[in-house]
Write a protein that binds this ligand. Structure first.
Ligand code: TXA
Ligand code: MG
Length: 498
């Protein structure tokens, strides 16, 4: 079969194409279509032969139930035996949108669609192409994600084509999706309702509407003898071909640990990959490095995750290490998918009895010093504030010396000194034996001075670098290890002998 690949505008889809797609579904055929979460592989939700075709096209086990997509809230009534009041509340709050609810099914829903279960999953998506297509298809479209079984869900038409060309009649392609991970699934047949799959609609958002929800524990970790309640969640999904491992712990420990793991993998001749935050990504010594967005921006991480996993396949990574994502908000969903992609392989990095960072500035560096301290605190890094303590004019050598002394005495692991240009305070710090202070205005210098000079004090010019760049420089400096290469060790020793 040849797959017709049709490009459409998301906001103003060509209705002739949508009608043609609807006819295909009405006749029992298959059409892939975009939703706000991921692309779906659609067939008639009330036709059991269509369900069988979907399983065959996807290569999916037929005990794994499909979600029925509707485009009109009233159509829900035809699919379910009863409609709990809480489901109405959730529908009011989040439909159309990335929320799937599970109900006791009506007679009209074929068992083939629900994988033999007496319950049915229903979703009312929020995407102009999806809604128009569902209406033209008769109102009930059964659709799993439009990937072949086991592969990451498709977030673009090109992903769908890669997986399903020749297996479906048509692909409606309106470019990249907005959310990037599948809908939140909530089981409404239990009390309190239970989240079976985390997604864009978070636990907190559900709690605000219905007061009480529980979470299927298997969504956060693998539990022996406990199968996930959504049948599809038991499979090793979303998996890239390379071996993926998540490394979890404080930011700088994770960076050091991943770099060690990369070295070991390279020695074995493996092609290496890393998924990290934009702030950290350059500090990894991997063949393929892909940023999942800025630290704390889990929405971007969600949007990019699946295409990142596919990119590692394309670039043929043998092993991939990923930073962990925080388990709150949509980070919970990102971490859930990442854990599944990694087959739950997680390395928890031990704290190495980390010492604190001594930090000091004069009046010109005071504001930046306060911000850097806050930034380090957010990462769980302990700081010792050596002054100054307000913006009144003061002498930089006093504070540069205090930081340098703390580092030289081993009371602090490393130091940070700040004045307007960073120059006077770095000159001061370098007077103290054992201190190698480096004035850095970019991340390359910050990395290389750690790798080559084993610099132990970072000097910053508050009038030279802005806050964000200062944070990047600090993170790079603290997250990079001395290379230990013989020539660098020799040169550092020469400095110490001066
Ligand atoms: O965002 C989404 O939900 C996407 C788009 C295309 O709408 N669809 C999607 O479908 O992710 P799929 O088939 O890849 O995942 C559906 C999940 C599976 O884990 C399945 O086991 C679970 O929903 N599920 C479906 N019906 C169920 C039911 N009656 N009881 C428990 N779990 C169910
Ligand atoms: Mg899927």
């Amino acid at each position: 079969m040849e797959t017709k690949w049709m490009k459409l505008l998301e906001e103003q889809p060509d209705m002739d194409v949508i009608k043609e797609a609807g006819q295909i579904v009405k006749k029992g055929g298959l059409v892939a279509f975009p939703t706000e979460t991921v692309y779906g592989l659609g067939g008639d939700g009330l036709n059991k032969e269509a369900a069988e075709k979907i399983y065959a096209a996807k290569g999916r086990p037929s005990d794994n139930p499909l979600i029925i997509h509707i485009a009109d809230r009233h159509d829900l009534e035809r699919l379910v035996k009863e409609l709990p009041a809480k489901a109405e509340q959730l529908a009011d709050a989040f439909w159309p949108g990335p929320l799937t609810m599970i109900f006791h099914k009506s007679e009209e829903v074929p068992c083939e669609t629900t994988g033999g279960l007496s319950t049915v999953a229903v979703r009312y998506p929020n995407h102009p192409v999806a809604l128009a297509f569902i209406k033209e298809s008769g109102g009930f479209v059964a659709a799993p994600s439009a990937n072949t079984s086991g592969r990451p869900s498709p977030t673009s038409g090109a992903h769908v084509y890669e997986d399903l060309q020749g297996r479906i009649e048509m692909l409606l392609d309106s470019g990249e999706v907005g959310i990037g991970i599948e809908s939140t699934i909530v089981d409404m047949t239990v009390e309190p309702p239970m989240i079976l799959r985390p997604g864009f609609i978070t636990e907190e958002m559900l709690l605000q509407v219905i007061g009480n929800v529980t979470v299927d524990k298997t969504t956060q970790k693998q539990i022996a003898d406990m199968a996930p309640k959504a049948p599809g969640m038991k499979y090793r999904h979303y998996a890239p071909k390379g071996e993926l491992t998540i490394v979890s712990g404080s930011s700088r420990e994770v960076k050091a640990a991943i770099n060690e793991l990369l070295e070991a993998a390279k020695e074995k001749g493996l092609r290496t990959g890393v998924i990290g935050t934009e702030e950290n990504i350059e500090s990894y010594r991997a063949d393929i490095k892909i940023s999942a967005g800025k630290k704390g921006d889990e929405l971007t991480a969600a949007r990019r995750l699946y295409s990142i996993l596919r990119e590692f396949d394309e670039k043929k990574a043998d092993v991939i290490y990923s930073e962990a994502f925080p388990g709150t908000g949509i980070g919970q969903a990102v971490m859930n998918r990442l854990l599944k992609a990694a087959g739950h392989k997680v390395i928890q990095v031990q704290q190495r009895g980390e010492k604190m960072i001594a930090i000091g500035s004069d009046h010109g560096g005071f504001d930046l010093k306060e911000k850097v301290m806050e930034h380090l605190k957010e990462q769980g890094i302990e700081c010792r504030d050596m002054g100054c303590y307000d913006k009144n004019s003061c002498d930089y050598p006093v504070y540069g010396r205090a930081v340098a002394k703390a580092v030289a005495a081993g009371e602090a692991d490393k130091g940070i000194v700040i004045c307007t240009t960073g120059i006077g305070i770095s000159i001061t710090a370098n007077k103290v034996k054992g201190v190698r202070a480096a004035l850095c205005s970019d991340t390359l210098s910050a990395r290389l001075t750690r790798e080559h000079n084993d610099a132990n004090v970072l000097a910053l010019g508050a009038g030279i670098v802005g806050t964000n760049l200062a944070f990047e420089i600090v993170d790079t400096f603290l997250g990079t290890d001395f290379s230990q290469a013989e020539r660098h060790v020799k040169r550092v020793n020469m400095i110490e002998e001066l």
